[in-house]
Design a binder for this molecule. Sequence first.
Ligand SMILES: Nc1ncnc2c1ncn2[C@@H]1O[C@H](COP(=O)(O)OP(=O)(O)OP(=O)(O)O)[C@@H](O)[C@H]1O
Ligand SMILES: [Mg+2]
Length: 295
Amino acid sequence: MSNNEEEALVDNRDIGRQKDAAIAIKIASELTDDLEIVSDELIRTHELKMETIDLSHWYGDKRVLSGISLPMFKNRVTAIIGASGCGKSTFLRDLNRMNDLISSARIAGQVLLDGQDIYAKDIDLNQLRKRIGMVFQKPNPFGMSIQNNIAYGPYVHGIKEDEFPKIIESCLRKAVLWTEVKDRLGDTALSLSGGQQQRLCIARALSVEPEIILFDEPCSSLDPHATAKIEDLITKLKEEYTVVIVTHNMQQAARVSDYTAFFNLGELIEFNRTKKIFSSPERKMTEEYISGRFG
Ligand SMILES: Nc1ncnc2c1ncn2[C@@H]1O[C@H](COP(=O)(O)OP(=O)(O)OP(=O)(O)O)[C@@H](O)[C@H]1O
Ligand SMILES: [Mg+2]
């Protein structure tokens, strides 16, 4: 590829980002939002579900998160935005101790769930992951039937088998997948479309009755139609659950979230109501990012 072609590609990508940013700002400006600024007062009146306090994260001796203190409110959607590599997925995985599986990973600071430190010595990891479900970028259903994908979690947690049909139906209904699959529950999950597979993964996450659901770019492999379904679903889920979503797509953050945290190079640059972040951010760097000037 010639230099000119490369430059043209980069220019096109920037134009795409700037369009995305302009639409995101418009969406946010139309949000009805009576709570403008996250003040200490607001934090006291909202119910905190989860919170990180001065959370830092290292892989080996490379520090990738620095002193992140972020509240996540009950029955609200918190979006995490920021350029690639800024630590969004690492942060999300610290929230349910998924990074424990990486031997070079180390953290300092605290992650509190209902006020309790999830890194405390006596924490039961199975119980923790039951309380905090996760949905990944690429749909990853198990290679088994649709119904068994959902029954698997309850089975592992010792729920009686005669409860399974009720759980399967209720989770599939909540994930807005029931009518599409109710006549083929025994088919392999791998026969579903990408968007259906992602909704199945959400249904699977719901099957163990979590309190929090973490989404790491759940729509990035989906087409706009499937994306719209997942976004509607996330908006509905917050009635029952607390949601944290990492997204590259600023329009998505503006559409689905109540609060937005902007990360850059492992630091939390700004956190506020989504409307405020997209309409009048306090920091210049946030303004530059949300207007598509970098990232
Ligand atoms: N297992 C790992 N070992 C070492 N370094 C890692 C590991 N996982 C991530 N990193 C590094 O940590 C930093 C943050 O990565 P992370 O995946 O959290 O970023 P991100 O914001 O989610 O990026 P993206 O938007 O591209 O998904 C990056 O520099 C990345 O290379
Ligand atoms: Mg990531």
